[in-house]
Design a protein around this ligand. Structure first.
Ligand SMILES: [Zn+2]
Length: 255
């Protein structure tokens, strides 16, 4: 038996859609996929739970790919489920291999030995972040913004979440404030400012690590999952973002 986690029948840990036309945006999606390495089986999680948000960010993989088509921007999507390893958590983070997720136990993680964590980090988390790093460094001095794409569940802990879209920010609020203002111009939209989550150095990894430490402007975008659960919704939200993102970029340049 080989001493790697991934074998020849498992997919590579990320999907890469190269830049098709000049764009300042590097699109990344930590929770786009829900694959599990063959050796881990189903982690003891029932089939119906694999369809839930605990496994992945429903709809966002498609929105990212439509956005890549519309803007031509490079897109990197994680392929494996966040139940295998959460790629928006720092290596070694205590919640990156969850024992319980939204009240559902993940037995395959509870009983996972330390070597299993190391393999998941080495073969899934690091290759994904290394390729983001490589894409960013290859851009050199080209003006660049990191756009992190997520989706969130309409309900959590028995509470309804009213927001259609949330924009998360930490120290650097350059792009988020412009995006929030643009979104609020649409009276139909319920817009969350650091909702349903607050972006921090410890609860997140991708934006703090790749953008804030390098001084890159960024957006962390969260779309409510029921709005992008079907093709029509995915197209609508991809079109909305494809319209707004260049506008945010333009306004930032003139600020
Ligand atoms: Zn997410």
């Amino acid at each position: 038996m080989s001493n790697t986690l991934l074998s020849s029948i498992d997919p590579a840990p990320y999907l890469m859609f190269p830049e098709r036309k000049p764009s300042p945006f590097v699109l990344v999606s930590d929770h786009a996929g829900r694959k599990v390495p063959e050796k881990l089986g189903d982690l003891g999680v029932g089939k119906e739970d694999w369809d839930r948000h605990i496994a992945w960010d429903i709809g966002i993989g498609e929105v990212g790919q439509l956005l890549h088509k519309a803007l031509g921007s490079v897109l990197i999507e994680q392929v494996y489920s966040r139940l295998v390893i959460d790629c928006n958590r720092a290596p070694g983070h205590k919640t990156s291999i969850p024992h319980v997720s939204d009240e559902t136990a993940v037995p395959g993680n509870i009983h996972a030995p330390e070597t299993c964590r190391q393999m998941r980090e080495k073969e899934i988390l690091h290759p994904y972040h290394d390729v983001i790093e490589e894409v960013l460094s290859q851009r050199g001095q080209k003006p660049t913004a990191l756009i992190a794409l997520h989706s969130f569940t309409p309900q959590f802990g028995g509470k309804k979440r009213p927001w259609d879209i949330g924009i998360l920010h930490n120290r650097d609020k350059r792009m988020s404030q412009i995006m929030l203002n643009l979104l609020r111009e649409d009276p139909e939209l319920c817009v969350g400012d650091n909702e349903p989550y607050v972006l921090t150095d410890t609860s997140d990894y991708t934006v703090p690590y790749h953008a804030e430490t390098k001084g890159l402007p960024y957006l962390e975008i969260e779309i409510r999952q029921d709005l992008i659960g079907d093709k029509a919704g995915q197209h609508l939200w991809a079109e909305r973002l494809a319209y707004l993102l260049p506008m945010v970029w333009e306004r930032m340049a003139h600020d």
